[in-house]
Design a protein around this ligand. Structure first.
Ligand code: AMP
Ligand code: ZN
Length: 497
């Protein structure tokens, strides 16, 4: 696997620190409102990445957090905690709001076909490890206290600060990047621990050496939890591009300052946004749709997944209902063809294609995985899916096996697709299993011979075999995708529904 690494600005081959093991940490959602399609895009592409790494033989430990405390309303160190904001909006306690939207997040992820992380960790379940990390930073002299406000990380003590994002911290004017907090030594210094303000009456507070009622800063949770579960140094960390200049920059500073090891993370993977009318789809802008919004309009989650797979994770994608409709039409076509291929495979099992090749040797297979392993080029990989469906050369077995292999990475659930008995009857297709064994066997042989004839471009023999099928009261219909269908002669293709 090769991925674009934000740290080095290059596409690099993934080399694990230990043998075939890869630690992967994905920044999770802030559970103060509904997970929306923007999140779904990011987590579908994380899912594709994890699937692709596993398919390639890496042993991936996939950790994803749940931010349920400390994320303030902006990237600044001031303002309301998002969870407290959500609690007010929905008239519930912060704990109930966190639970409700965490459940909604996983409900959405499951519908999208995402494999769950090996470990999902909540910030509120890791207060102790966050506190210990701050104490370690304090002991090493990286922090200072602003009375009545919080414990701050002093970026002047960490010379590499902002390297990944290319920040020019020396020339940053006070307040240019983040709202000014009185007492900050540098504008980019950030809170690692916050104190409750008089009259604030927060629901989520913990005692600390600095204040009886206090809580962790947002960034500390990801450094603390990733290091606790994946070690002081691990391989892959993902997040949206919005995390590059602040959240991930601060994570690196905290982690490397505390551990003294560099790099904290070898490969930083950043996802571009799903937009609406040129703006990031976001909870704070209120321009978002949830998975239920799309289900209510009659769309299926696979259509959305297909829409996401059709664009590269590092490109912006503008969401429109028209593009979702186009993806839904594509999904209907794709799933119908997969069902037909599956039917052909079950009907003609072991007979049709005795010469079926190991799919790993087919160029379609190699090119698909080459695209995936080149910085997750899902649009190119999808082109190969369509090429396999259209192929006049591949046998149904080969097509089916290729598609199932591809789907280990794509996660569309293709293995579950089958024609229902009603669809089968409506299509006028001949169900070979329902015929007398002798007749079924004869037909299977004719079909099998015809595939071989067509493969050798022996058109005369192919036509002769088709005539023999006709004499049995059936017709062979060659599909545009190269497969052949067996229908009763009394039914024409047009009578299909
Ligand atoms: P949040 O819940 O805001 O903490 O976001 C969780 C993750 O989803 C972060 O990595 C964000 O960058 C990402 N994210 C949020 N909105 C979008 C969007 N519209 N498109 C892509 N990723 C997003
Ligand atoms: Zn994070």
């Amino acid at each position: 696997m090769k991925l674009y690494n934000t740290l080095t600005k290059k596409i690099e081959a993934i080399v694990p620190i230990h043998e075939r093991h890869l630690g992967l940490y994905a920044c999770g959602v802030t559970v103060y409102d509904y997970a929306h399609l923007g999140h779904l895009r990011k987590y579908v592409m994380d899912d594709v990445l994890v699937r692709a790494l596993r398919q390639e033989g890496f042993e991936v430990k996939f950790v994803q957090n749940v931010t349920d405390v400390g994320h303030l309303a902006s990237d600044a160190d001031t303002g309301e905690d998002k969870l407290e904001k959500g609690a007010k909006k929905y008239g519930q306690t912060v704990w109930d709001v966190a639970q409700k939207f965490e459940t909604y997040f996983f409900y959405s992820m499951d519908l999208m076909g995402n494999i769950r992380p090996d470990l999902s960790c909540r910030a509120t379940d890791h207060i102790q490890s966050q506190l210990e990390l701050v104490l370690k930073l304090e002991k090493k002299g990286f922090t200072y206290v602003i009375p009545g406000d919080g414990v701050y990380f002093d970026i002047s003590k960490f010379p590499d600060y902002g390297q990944m994002a290319g920040l020019d911290v020396d020339n940053q004017l006070s307040g240019s990047r983040v709202a000014v907090v009185a007492g900050k030594r540098q504008p980019a210094d950030f809170a690692v621990w916050k104190f409750e303000k008089p009259g604030e009456n927060r629901a989520m507070v913990w005692p600390s050496p600095w204040a009886e009622r206090s809580f962790p800063g947002w960034h500390i949770e990801c450094s603390a939890m990733s290091m606790e579960h994946l070690g002081a140094q691990f391989e892959i960390h993902t997040g949206g591009i919005d995390h590059i200049p602040v959240h991930h920059t601060n994570e690196i500073a905290q982690a490397e300052a505390a551990s003294g090891k560099k790099p904290f993370v070898k490969y930083w993977v950043h996802h571009n946004f799903l937009q609406v009318n040129g703006e990031k789809m976001s909870k704070s802008l209120g321009n978002f749709y949830t998975i239920d919004d799309i289900l209510k309009r009659g769309f299926v989650p696979q259509a959305l997944r297909l829409l996401f797979l059709g664009s590269h994770y590092r490109s912006q994608l503008n969401f429109t209902w028209e593009s979702l409709q186009a993806a839904q039409t594509a999904w209907e076509r794709l799933s119908q063809q997969v069902k037909m291929i599956h039917q052909a495979v079950t009907e003609r099992r072991d007979r049709l294609q005795p010469a079926a090749e190991a799919v790993e040797t087919l160029p379609e297979y190699r090119n698909f995985f080459k695209a995936i392993q080149t910085d997750l080029d899902t649009p190119q990989a999808m082109n190969l899916v369509w090429a396999v469906l259209k192929s006049a050369i591949l046998s149904p077995q080969e097509q089916y096996r290729l598609l199932l292999e591809f789907d280990q990475v794509l996660g569309l659930g293709l293995a579950k697709l089958e024609l229902s008995p009603a669809q089968l009857a409506r299509s006028g297709r001949v169900d070979l299993k329902a015929l007398p064994p002798q007749q079924s066997q004869t037909l299977q042989q004719l079909l099998s011979d015809r595939v071989v004839a067509r493969r050798h471009q022996d058109w005369a023999k192919s036509d002769a075999l088709r005539d023999q099928v006709n004499q049995l009261g059936m017709q062979l219909v060659d599909q545009t995708d190269g497969s052949q269908e067996l229908r009763w002669l009394s039914q024409t293709p047009e009578s299909q529904t």
